[in-house]
Design a protein around this ligand. Structure first.
Ligand SMILES: Cc1cc2nc3c(=O)[nH]c(=O)nc-3n(C[C@H](O)[C@H](O)[C@H](O)COP(=O)(O)OP(=O)(O)OC[C@H]3O[C@@H](n4cnc5c(N)ncnc54)[C@H](O)[C@@H]3O)c2cc1C
Length: 303
């Protein structure tokens, strides 16, 4: 990275082994796409995370929090700043009665399985979403009639100036794929879920049903970032795209999935440019044919 002093400071804070230069983002996104992040930091503790953000802010260097990269498209040129990844660390879990406190780097899949093991119901919807709790809260992730909003009691977040806030469900302003965290640029440190006592067998069965539904309906055999577009009011993005005649439409290595038209997939060698060109084409065709504007659900970085 250009700012050598910042690099040294980040190494002092996190340990040199946790500060990588020119790290290919394709290794950290489920799209398997993305050029290098000039710097890629893996803080191990909340204090290191706070100091890392403070150092970047002081140096005027852009920074970006990454979970499991399952909802992000990174440009082919990469990101000229510091990516701070919480996944792989921040994985503590505490369960007390119907309350589950999870650090931001815990995968939803793991959380759902832990809940099932404890006979706690409410998180079944999340058992096939490949994100972390942090990413899921920011996006108010949801599926099959459930969403984070239904199960979150409160969250511990950090502001850009390092101040910690404990926000209750109402204060999180969770809406369709959005939250106050996304709008204010907060960092999620941990999430407190409130679940209900249930029958472990029924919970397992429901999770299995949802897994089967996903495997049947979604192109899980290809890298993607899940649903590419938000659901436009009154419509389904996938159906509009199919009706526009774009099923299987391909640009370079990017393709509108034949299995589920709401997914843009990487058929193997897609570039971020292929994906963006395909997204723009889909948006303009759907707008031209049906007058509906498709908004991206997937976040972009480095464009
Ligand atoms: C096959 C597949 C299926 C999917 N199915 C669903 C589904 O059914 N429902 C659904 O809602 N989504 C789905 N997704 C999308 C994705 O898994 C979710 O949006 C998930 O919540 C993203 O979590 P993440 O940790 O991967 O976040 P990332 O992709 O790493 O980040 C997403 C956004 O959250 C921010 N972020 C991440 N962690 C934090 C944090 N700790 N603090 C602050 N900001 C943070 C990032 O800066 C970024 O803006 C799917 C994706 C795939 C690949």
């Amino acid at each position: 990275m250009k700012n050598e002093n910042l690099y040294k400071t980040l190494c002092e804070i996190n340990g040199a082994e946790n500060v990588l230069r020119d790290e290919p983002m394709k290794k950290h996104t489920t799209f398997r796409i993305g050029g290098p992040a000039r710097c890629f930091c893996l803080p191990q503790t909340a204090a290191q995370l706070a100091e890392t953000v403070e150092a970047c802010e002081e140096a005027g260097e852009p920074w970006y929090i990454l979970g499991n990269g399952s909802n992000v498209l990174v440009s082919d040129d990469g990101y000229d700043g510091v990516v701070i990844q919480l996944f792989h660390n921040f994985e503590a879990v505490r369960i007390e009665g119907c309350l589950m406190e999870l650090e931001a780097g815990v995968l939803l899949v793991k959380a759902a399985h832990l809940a099932a093991r404890e006979g706690l119901t409410g998180l079944e919807f999340a058992s096939g979403i490949p994100g972390t709790l942090g990413g899921a809260l920011v996006m108010n992730a949801g599926a099959y009639g459930g969403e984070m909003k239904d199960v979150v009691r409160e969250a511990l977040v950090m502001r850009k100036d390092g101040k910690l806030l404990r926000l209750k469900r109402e204060e999180l302003e969770l809406g369709y794929r959005t939250s106050v965290i996304a709008r204010e640029g907060y960092v999620v440190l941990s999430v407190l879920l409130e679940l209900r006592k249930g029958d472990p067998e029924e919970i397992e069965t429901r999770m299995q049903e949802l897994r089967t539904a996903r495997t049947e309906k979604q192109p899980l055999e290809y890298p993607s970032a899940g649903s590419t577009f938000k659901r436009p009011e009154g419509y389904f993005a996938g159906k509009l795209i199919m009706d526009a005649g774009l099923r299987g439409y391909r640009l370079g290595g990017a393709q509108v999935s034949e299995k589920h038209c709401g997914f843009v997939i990487n058929t193997g060698d897609a570039t971020a440019e292929d994906v963006m060109n395909l997204i723009r084409h889909v948006q303009s065709e759907v707008s031209r044919q049906f007058g509906v504007e498709l908004e991206m659900e997937v976040k972009t970085l480095g464009f």
